[in-house]
Design a protein around this ligand. Structure first.
Ligand code: UT7
Length: 332
């Protein structure tokens, strides 16, 4: 994972907008967020997370290569989940990371479905590895700088978001020798909620016009209540479906790693599922909602803290603009 060093507390936000630490904590569970400086873009944070991932794989003896440069050359694919690409539309942020890593043999692509991008990205990478015997390794990065597309005068949205990146290295192994990996993924969408989380300006529907006086900041507009209700519903249903269809009992699960959007969403889903809240990992208090990055950041924290043991069964679950949702069942 990589997060910017600048940490903005709720109290600091309350100096510029009409809000309070008490309101933000009680409605979202957020205590702070990390905000990138003006010279940092998605590929910079994504690259930092990627470099740390390659270094960790070498340090842990998970790969035979001895240097990140050597390891980067073995990558067949780089997938970047992000909605805050360095450049509008193209080039893909994954191409910028590919160049900086020197991963000359890797294909590169972005997945742009807001907060569900990492879950979709993981399944895309796994499927592309399986699809060709010659592909063996993929790097999946989730990175977002939502601070760049946030209206900092809108207290209903700006308190929610933070910047960050996380990454994982996937390697294809023979199923018989290592009974692990991504066992099952559920992906879904409900386009009828397209307007609930939206960046209205700048696309082919509402392009910026020549000579236009830009009064409106290109910022996230959100129907918070509608997204909240959708989130509780799909998180509950996705976890229930994975457990039922894969025949998994509560005792089999080591952890559930949810997208960190609002602690209350997770608590409501836990209650509906009758799953103890403690089974859900939450770090939203420190990072707020980092969109595509929230799940890989959580995975890295858990991994480095020794809380993920080989063989552990975990579920990742999330939702985002679109509206989209999904979940991965993973044998660590
Ligand atoms: O990945 C991105 C996905 N987005 C989300 O996950 C967002 C999902 N939605 C939510 O998390 C919640 O709907 C929010 C946290 C955004 C809002 O919580 P809420 O309990 O739904 O509050 P609300 O919008 O119903 O507003 C309640 C009150 C309003 O005041 P009145 O009308 O009752 O007087 C708001 O104006 O709280 C007020 N309010 C605030 N007060 C202080 C809204 N934002 C703030 C704020 N500080 N930051």
């Amino acid at each position: 994972m990589a997060v910017p060093s600048r940490r903005v507390t709720n109290d600091e936000l309350a100096k510029t907008i009409d809000t309070s630490d008490e309101w933000i904590r009680s409605h979202t569970g957020i205590g702070a967020r990390h905000i990138a400086d003006k010279d940092t873009a998605a590929s910079d944070l994504g690259l930092a997370a990627a470099r740390k991932t390659l270094a960790l794989a070498i340090e842990r003896g998970a790969v035979g290569e001895k240097s990140p440069e050597e390891l980067a050359l073995t990558l067949d694919l780089i997938v970047v989940g992000t909605s805050t690409q360095d450049y509008y539309s193209h080039p893909a942020t994954a191409c910028l990371v590919q160049r900086a890593l020197g991963a000359k043999n890797a294909a590169a692509m972005d997945i742009t479905i807001a907060c569900s991008s990492f879950i979709y990205g993981l399944e895309t990478a796994a499927a592309l590895l399986k699809a060709d015997a010659r592909r063996n390794r993929a790097l999946v990065i989730g990175v977002d700088l939502l601070s760049r597309i946030t209206n900092w005068e809108d207290r209903a949205t700006c308190i929610l978001f933070g910047d960050g990146a996380g990454a994982v290295l996937l390697e294809k192994t023979a199923a018989k020798t290592v009974p692990g990996g991504i066992l099952r993924t559920i992906l879904g969408a409900d386009g009828s909620g397209w307007e609930y989380l939206i960046l209205r300006r700048g696309g082919s529907r509402n392009p910026w016009k020549k000579g236009e006086v830009v009064e409106e900041v290109p910022a996230i507009a959100m129907d918070g209540r509608a997204v909240y209700n959708f989130a509780v519903k799909v998180i509950t249903e996705t976890i229930a479906r994975i457990m039922e269809e894969e025949n998994i009992a509560l005792d089999d699960l080591a952890l559930i790693v949810p997208h960190q959007a609002n602690a209350r969403i997770v608590q409501a889903a836990a209650k509906r599922l009758k799953i103890p809240e403690e089974l859900f990992y939450l770090n939203i208090e420190e990072y707020a909602n980092t969109s595509s990055a929230s799940i890989p950041i959580a995975l890295d924290e858990l991994n480095r803290a020794g809380r993920l043991k080989k063989g552990d069964l975990i579920i990742t679950v999330g939702f985002g603009a679109g509206l989209t949702y999904g979940g991965n069942l993973i044998r660590w």
